[in-house]
Design a protein around this ligand. Structure first.
Ligand code: SF4
Length: 221
């Protein structure tokens, strides 16, 4: 499917008659299209980066720095959440061998969205959303359910369940990643997804992932 351009898409209208949106971002490639679309439609966007699930720290730093670089380019405020990995490992305990999209991922989304909703509550945002759902690898219903649950803990906060894949969002996401030469992460993020992806690679005769090595293509000209 050919992706529509941002100008061809319907104008985004956040809930609550409020142009302010706090967007949980997982990484620059997933967030890129949401960032460009919201800015183009006049949304007062703030990015909230809280992803202590990402392992190792080197990978975390690269993903975060890429997101900061693009936020600065677009003039979007960037809130840098904690890297409290002990919190994530406590949440994931007993679910080390769950498959992707399983119970561990629900706990992982819950953790990240609870912190996003708390920040929204403390800073007067009525709308939160996330870049996590744009990826075809993720279960959007699972993500929306976790987002709505986190928002429900506070009066007046809505998790915006907009379908960011609509109109070719996933394709635009790759186009932006190539145009901006973003770092290309090769696994979801946690130590268990790194282990499972490397196991799969070994079984399929491929090299293990090298952290910090791969970037989207257009960089090499
Ligand atoms: S696979 Fe991804 S979503 Fe699932 S627990 Fe690991 S980092 Fe979180």
């Amino acid at each position: 499917m050919t992706a529509q351009t941002v100008a061809e898409l319907d104008k985004l209208i956040p809930p609550n008659d409020d142009p302010r949106v706090l967007m949980h971002s997982c990484c620059a490639p997933c967030a890129g299209d949401l960032m460009e679309r919201m800015i183009a439609d006049g949304i007062d966007l703030t990015i909230f980066f809280y992803n202590p699930n990402i392992h190792p720290r080197k990978e975390y730093r690269i993903r975060k720095d890429e997101n900061i670089r693009f936020a600065e380019k677009l003039g979007i405020p960037f809130v840098d959440g904690d890297y409290d990995v002990q919190n994530w490992f406590a949440r994931a305990k007993g679910m080390e061998h769950e498959p992707e999209r399983g119970k561990r991922c629900t706990a992982c989304f819950d953790m990240r969205f609870e912190r996003t909703a708390l920040y929204a509550h403390e800073h007067g945002f009525s709308n939160i959303t996330s870049s996590l759902g744009i990826s075809r690898w993720k279960n959007m219903e699972q993500i929306n359910g976790c987002g709505e649950l986190a928002a429900s803990h506070y009066d007046g906060i809505t998790y915006w369940t907009y379908n960011w894949r609509k109109g070719g969002g996933a394709n635009r996401m790759y186009e932006i990643a190539k145009r901006e030469s973003f770092y290309q992460q090769e696994y979801c993020g946690c130590i268990f997804s790194l282990r499972d992806t490397n196991d799969w690679r070994k079984q399929n005769g491929r090299e293990e992932i090298e952290i910090g090595e791969k970037f989207y293509e257009e960089k090499i000209k």
